[in-house]
Design a protein around this ligand. Sequence first.
Ligand SMILES: Cc1cc2nc3c(=O)[nH]c(=O)nc-3n(C[C@H](O)[C@H](O)[C@H](O)COP(=O)(O)OP(=O)(O)OC[C@H]3O[C@@H](n4cnc5c(N)ncnc54)[C@H](O)[C@@H]3O)c2cc1C
Length: 383
Amino acid sequence: MDLTLSGEHETLRATVEDFARKEVAPVIGEFYERGEFPYEIVAKMGAMGLFGLPFDEEHGGMGGDYFALCLALEELARVDSSVAITLEAGVSLGAMPIYRFGSEEQKREWLPALVAGERLGAFGLTEPGGGSDAGATRTTARLDGDEWVINGSKAFITNSGTDITSVVTVTAITGGTDAAGRREISAIMVPAGTPGFRVSQKYSKVGWSASDTRELFFDDCRVPAGNLLGQRGRGYAQFLSILDEGRIAIAALSVGLAQGCVDESVRYAHEREAFGRPIGSYQAIQFKIADMEARAHTARLAYYAAAAKMLAGEPFKKEAAIAKLVASNAAMDNARDATQVFGGYGFMNEYPVGRFYRDAKILEIGEGTSEVQRMLIARQLGL
Ligand SMILES: Cc1cc2nc3c(=O)[nH]c(=O)nc-3n(C[C@H](O)[C@H](O)[C@H](O)COP(=O)(O)OP(=O)(O)OC[C@H]3O[C@@H](n4cnc5c(N)ncnc54)[C@H](O)[C@@H]3O)c2cc1C
């Protein structure tokens, strides 16, 4: 049993930590305030190879593993979550479905630019009518000769409308119901700019303000029959397996936010004085920060454990759900406490903790709400 990072993992972690502090921290607040997508930072992350971390070298990747991606996400989110979710969604939701389920021809066509971070892919499962019950998809795709004709809409899709978005993979109903009452749902790749595929204006969001989230509309949108990803009728199952992995990544991102709250609070507790002493000398503040550190630490162990099972090829559904549940809770609790440590300044946008506070809530919602994680855990317990 060894929780020490390997030399390669530690080098990556330290490199991303340095990048986040030097290149992201000084500028991201302004992008956030303007609600602007940080193309320059994304280009730098691409040049560093972060978008290629878990992919093999044959497809342009760095030959690393999924845990490497998680470490990078944790270090980025210690400083900023918009940048971290752009990487998370680009890799684990955009490129990964093509890598896992695509034909060799599809991989050669789409992966090189996605893996280099020059283009972004997106993943369209959620619809305006519901996300938790994603099997209730209403979007349809019917074959007309050698083309799919897609109609419907998707809601809250990350990375779907940037200037560098190249493809959105969507789930759609492609047939009738089987004997068990399950509808035939398939995954289909829709290149950006396809006629009939419209991307809405960006949502005005509570947090993740420098990331790209849009509603998508498909109106007799035609794509080649060859854009089917994986097996016809397996689209929903494929997306669920992608979400199992994605939960470990979101847990890592949550741990980063939780740890960023500790970093900022310790620094501020030394600097800020009240009643003639640094606030860090008061036990009430010390205990608050000690609890924050304990939450970040235990949540980190939870995602390390889930990642270890995944990399060992063992079932990891329950561990991934536990990691996502506890880490998103830790992020939310730490963001609330860090804001309290900062007092009035915690409510000001000039300090990162204000951003952490706004960014924490979505972690209990995206890629499966906390209720959905509990449903998954209970199901794994046979309930
Ligand atoms: C910023 C952002 C980015 C996102 N990016 C993407 C993306 O890239 N791709 C994508 O496909 N989706 C994306 N999503 C969608 C996200 O995954 C969904 O919002 C989420 O899964 C919840 O779905 P919903 O919003 O429809 O809530 P609903 O499913 O309507 O749930 C509403 C409430 O009911 C609860 N609930 C639902 N069913 C049950 C039940 N059976 N038992 C108990 N409680 C229940 C939920 O937990 C929740 O509290 C994103 C969302 C946001 C906000």
